[in-house]
Design a binder for this molecule. Sequence first.
Ligand code: PLP
Ligand code: ZN
Length: 430
Amino acid sequence: MASAFSQCIEEACGRRQESKKDAHLCAYCGGLLEVKYEFDPFDPESLRFAWHQRRLSGEPVDRSGVWRFRELLPFVGPDDRIISLSEGSTPLVGTRRAGWWAGPVHLTIKHQGTNPTGSFKDLGMTACITRAASLGVRIVACASTGNTSSSMAAYAARAGMRAILFVPYRQISAAKLAQALDFGALVIEVGDTFDQAFSLLRQIAGEMNFYLVNSINPFRIEGQKTIVAEMLEQRAWRPPDYIVVPGGNLGNASAIGKGLRELKELGFIEKVPRVVVIQAAGANPFFRTLAAGSEKLLPVENPETEATAIRIGRPANWKKARRILEWTGGFCESVTDEEIFEAKSVLAEDGVGCEPASAATIAGVRKLVRSGKIERHADIMAVLTGHQLKDTDYVMRHRSSVEECRQRLRVEPNLDALRKALEGVLAVPA
Ligand SMILES: *Cc1c(COP(=O)(O)O)cnc(C)c1O
Ligand SMILES: [Zn+2]
C-alpha cells in the first residue's frame, strides 16, 4: 500500500506533519501544506489500461473522473466512504474562431462547466469531503467567490454534513448563491471582499471546530490534479505545449502543476507543458508579484473585475503556483475586463459558453501570442473553469442593449410591426 503524509512546502522548513487530524498550515512555521506519497512502483502502461477500462464500468467510483485515477490519490483507505457525484469526465472541445482569434493557435478547450455543480471545484471537493468524512467531520466551511460554495454545499449534503459559507456581501452571482441555498447550506454574508470573508473565517474556524475546505486545504488540490491525467488520456498521452488557466486563489494552477509533476515522476509523460496563469487586470497580485520579482506577495487591496470568480487580492496558494511556473517554464499574464468580454464573445461564436473568469484564458493567450511569448500555432489547452449559466447577470449587462447589438427587440404585438422590425434587423448582415 502506498502511504500518504502531509508536508510543509516552505524550503527552509519542509517538515512532515505528525497530527492525525488535518491542520491546513504547518505546525512549525505556518507554511502551506502539501499531500505527499510514497507510491508503490507503477507500471504506467498497465495503469493507463486500467484507467481506460474503468470508463466502461458501472461502478460510480470508476466512472468519476477523479476516482478513476485513484492510484494517484492513495490517501483514501480501503474502508473510507467515497463521497462522489460523478464529477470529472469533462469534454475536450476543439475551437475554430477562438483559436484563430487568439493566435492563430491550436486551441482546445477542457470544459469544466459540465461538472455536477458547474465548475472545476467539484474535482477538489469530492477529494476533500471524502477526507473530511474519514475524519468524522460534522461541519465544513469555506469562504468563496461563489463556486467553492456551490460545490461544498452539494458534497456536504451528500455526506450528511452541515455546510457553512462565508461570502462577501452582495459580491457573488445569484446563480451560485441559489445553488448553495438549494443544497441547504448556511450562508453568512460578511465583509466586502473575498479576502476579508476568508480572513474572518480562518480566525474563527478553530474555535468553532469547522473543517475548512478552501483551497489551502491540500486535499482539494489532490482532487483537482486529476484533471491532468484525464486531459492527457483524452489526448492519447501527448502533452500539449501549454496549459492555460485563470488564476484567483491559484489552487487550480497549483493542482495542475502537482498533477504534471507526479505523472512525470511516475513515468507517464516525458515532456511537461508550460503552465500559464491569466489574471484580471483589476485583481492581478500574482502577475505583479512575479513581474516585480518580489519575494513577498504584492497584494491588491481592492480587487475589481467583473470576472468575480477571480476577484481575489491575496491568493493563498501563490507560492505553490510560483513554484509550478518555475518548474514548467510557464508565466503569468494579466488582461482587462474588455479583453475578457471580447474573448467570451469569440468563444460564443464557436458555440462555447463559459463564465467570464474562464474566458480570461483565451484573452491571455491572444495577448501572449501578440507579445511573442507564445509562438503561433502552438498546441494549447485552455481550461474553461465554469459554466455559462453561473453568471447570467454578466451576459444581460453586456448583451441586452437593443441598439448596439441588435439582439433584443421589443415589438408591438401586430404583424405589421413584426415584419418591419424583422426586415430592419435582417437587412443588416449578422
Ligand atoms: C475558483 C475559480 C477560478 C479560480 O481558481 P483558483 O484555483 O482560485 O485560482 C476560476 N474560474 C472559476 C469559474 C472558478 O470557480
Ligand atoms: Zn513549515
